[in-house]
Design a protein around this ligand. Structure first.
Ligand SMILES: Cc1cc2nc3c(=O)[nH]c(=O)nc-3n(C[C@H](O)[C@H](O)[C@H](O)COP(=O)(O)O)c2cc1C
Length: 341
């Protein structure tokens, strides 16, 4: 699994351990609440780097797929898993398509997004851009907001617990929710919030490449993402203009807004306030409980219990994926607008 990036500058010193650390945050290894597949995800750079610096040509990197059990997926060919991509993928690509491990519909696809995001994060760091995501909710367990937290505080709070919530106590409560779902042979979804600070004002390309459009496009590429909202999001529909508008003010010689209902975006352009978005992730489709399906060969009703090793909750592992897609989208827009060269 990997990615290919074109259009990188020449001579940029990339720090590979930083990329590996982001991959480690996505890996299930050492996580109590994740799949027991041993996916170590060690980064290998194939091209585009010489003596630690980008060549300006195509950058390509990958991690090897380890610990694959094809047999886990053989049975799914005739009896599609409810909630997974098996059925439409089989109709579209035919029974011979290799959907072992979920194929192109697997959460493994996000490895490439994380490599790309980690590279883009390094390109954006010199202009002061930082992305931090955290778990806002797991099932019905809601974590704190901490609207005033600095990027560093967000990171420290997130690292107090395995789930990636803002604090040890909410993290524990969410972990119990995940554990309860797993014990019931079930799964659970949740919300991830991402905040990107240090952005220049005016980033974004009218009309089609608004910041929302570019970020949402990438967010919806991530398997399991079913909703994206920016700032106040869907709640804005219930507010009056006077409550939803963010008042402007001067602070240390720059314009800020007193609130950030807009999620740092007006007219598809950044306002200089943190870009803030939330994604809703659905519960993992592959569950141990019996579910109704059909047998595509016999045309009969069937029952399926999904064998194999699956995440009872995708949300904790997708936190770094959300940071990555944000950095990827914003770096692209920073090049388009001339902030990066
Ligand atoms: C990091 C990550 C890990 C995932 N792990 C699993 C898994 O173990 N089992 C599973 O059924 N789905 C898993 N998924 C979700 C499926 O890939 C996804 O639900 C499926 O492709 C259907 O697509 P949709 O949910 O976007 O409609 C994972 C997703 C991500 C982002």
């Amino acid at each position: 699994m990997g990615c290919e990036l074109r259009g990188l500058p020449r001579g940029f010193a990339l720090d590979l351990p930083t990329i590996q650390r982001m991959l480690d945050r996505r890996s299930p290894v050492g996580r109590r609440l994740a799949t027991r597949r041993r996916e170590r995800d060690l980064l290998v750079v194939d091209r585009g780097l010489r003596a630690g610096r980008t060549t300006g040509g195509t950058f390509r990197a990958h991690v090897r797929n380890e610990d694959v059990r094809r047999s886990d997926y053989e049975r799914l060919k005739a009896t599609p898993r409810p909630g997974h991509a098996d059925y439409p993928a089989r109709v579209r690509f035919g029974p011979e398509a290799d959907l072992s491990g979920g194929g192109v519909f697997s959460g493994r696809m996000t490895v490439g997004l994380v490599i790309a995001g980690a590279v883009c994060g390094q390109l954006l760091a010199p202009i002061g851009v930082r992305a931090n995501a955290f778990v806002k909710a797991v099932g019905n367990v809601e974590g704190p907001e901490r609207a005033e937290a600095t990027p560093e505080e967000l990171r420290l709070l997130r690292e107090t617990n395995e789930v990636g919530a803002l604090g040890a106590a909410p993290g524990e409560a969410m972990a119990r929710e995940i554990e309860a779902a797993r014990r019931a042979g079930d799964s659970v979804g949740g919300l991830i919030e991402t905040r990107v600070s240090g952005l220049p004002v005016g980033l974004g390309e009218p009309f089609f490449d608004s910041v929302e459009a570019v970020v949402a496009h990438l967010a919806f590429s991530v398997p399991g993402v079913k909703g994206v909202e920016f700032g106040a999001g869907f709640k804005a529909a219930r507010l009056r203009g006077s409550a939803n508008n963010d008042p402007f003010a001067w602070e240390e010689n720059r314009v800020i807004t007193r609130t950030n209902q807009a999620g740092g975006i007006l007219g598809g352009l950044t306002t200089g306030m943190p870009v803030l978005f939330r994604v809703a992730m659905k519960p993992t489709p592959s569950i141990a409980r019996p579910q109704e399906t059909v047998d595509l060969l016999t045309r009969r009703a069937a029952t399926i219990r999904v064998p194999g090793r699956h995440d009872p909750c995708i949300v904790p592992r997708a936190v770094v994926v959300m940071e990555s897609i944000a950095l990827f989208a914003l770096a692209d827009l920073a090049y388009a607008g001339g902030w990066l060269r």
